[in-house]
Design a protein around this ligand. Structure first.
Ligand SMILES: [Zn+2]
Length: 252
């Protein structure tokens, strides 16, 4: 039996001379792996539609527990030859995070919508890379049931304080009164706390509609990266690469 599924191609792996296995994020089944026969033949009608960063309609059938791509049609490609190295590195990190954190065979409507939205904002240069990365990390964690705990002070329950302190390793926030100088806590301005709360709760289509100062954004970016890395349990290679190309900016 054949099934149609729309999905974003996250990664591909060549098998033998001509075949590939692609990793796809779908709305209905979360992360799935699909076999593409003869994929390296450029003339093959499935080729463009089964390359990474393409959102495609896939016609699949199952054989021995594996999805096989029967036909594929590209709906939208997020790969852009003029994309800068930092933007490309970020797109790879977002895809790897999706692969690492979204379960297989589980409905993942929210995660797919989030990733498509982030890639759209990325390829069109609508927001800075830091903002896109933090929005993806925070919202992806939230959708997976692991939101950063930035709603109340963990000790006294205070909701609003000029300065809050967040420990991304234990996922705990303290207000100014309860904070006692612990080194692992990162300071968060009121603007940074408001931005994180917004990213957690905003309607999907409005998730980028917030304003934050550069200084507060740096605080958000720092805790979102550590929080997500703690959830994954290790630092991803694509994150290393993203950091490398960003630290190299002076040489460019
Ligand atoms: Zn407190």
């Amino acid at each position: 039996m054949k099934t149609d599924m729309d999905g974003l191609i996250l990664r591909d792996l060549t098998v033998g001379d001509k075949d590939r296995i692609i990793t796809v994020l779908t709305k209905e089944k979360g992360i799935i792996s699909c076999y593409v026969k003869n994929a390296l033949m450029v003339k093959h009608h499935n080729f463009a539609a089964t390359t990474p960063l393409t959102y495609s309609r896939l016609c699949l059938y199952r054989n021995r527990g594996m999805y096989i791509v029967d036909q594929a049609e590209a709906i939208r490609s997020f790969y852009n030859f003029s994309m800068g190295v930092k933007e490309f590195a970020l797109s790879q990190y977002l895809c790897e995070l999706a692969i690492e954190t979204i379960p297989a065979e589980t409905e993942s409507d929210g995660q797919l919508e989030l990733l498509l939205n982030c890639l759209h904002v990325l390829v069109n240069g609508i927001k800075t890379n830091d903002v896109i990365k933090a929005v993806f990390e925070i919202r992806l964690a939230t959708l997976g049931g692991n939101m950063p705990n930035v709603i109340y002070c963990a000790e006294c329950g205070t909701y609003d304080s000029p300065m809050m302190f967040f420990d991304p390793y234990t996922n705990k926030m303290l207000c100014e009164d309860c904070f006692r100088g612990q080194e692992e806590f990162c300071a968060l301005s009121r603007g940074a706390v408001t931005a994180i709360r917004y990213i957690i709760t905003a309607a999907p289509k409005k998730i980028f509609s917030f304003m934050v100062s550069q200084e507060s954004m740096e605080q958000v970016a720092r805790i979102s990266e550590i929080h997500m890395t703690e959830l994954v349990g290790r630092q991803l290679k694509t994150l290393n690469y993203y950091q490398l190309v960003n630290n190299d900016k002076d040489k460019a």
